[in-house]
Write a protein that binds this ligand. Sequence first.
Ligand SMILES: [Zn+2]
Ligand SMILES: [Zn+2]
Length: 156
Amino acid sequence: MKVLIYSHRKNDGEMYDINTPDQESAAYLRLFAEFDNYWSAYDDLEDVEPLTPCEPCSMNLCRHCEKGNCVCESETCKPRAMAARRRAGKEARWKTLVDEARSGNATSAKKLITERSREGYEYEIVREAEVQDSVKELARYSKELKAEAKEKAAEG
Ligand SMILES: [Zn+2]
Ligand SMILES: [Zn+2]
């Protein structure tokens, strides 16, 4: 059977049956609602503002560029600006997907959750799997995840 697994350090692991399109839609919308309402996972997207060159760059003082969120076109700043632009584009797309998912669009919810899961957003990591025994699989996956978290903690 096909399942969607949602498991992290602070829950005991959840598994959703996603064998039919209806089940799949319901599972993603349910998780979306949890991420949105309980973890407030998308609140920071509300504050996304259009990118502009930073103050030093707008005065031609690129060596003092504030980096991160600057889209200055100068030779020194442009490589950084590309990263900032890419991130801004992605955040804008996510914001659209959040709005669509909030109005009940399961396809958008799935797209959003899948993308952010791949990028390792804590408490938003899900995995689809084909399992024989869902109880056994969930236990195995939870153990794996906890070991991983422990390793990360040990690394500091
Ligand atoms: Zn600059
Ligand atoms: Zn700058």
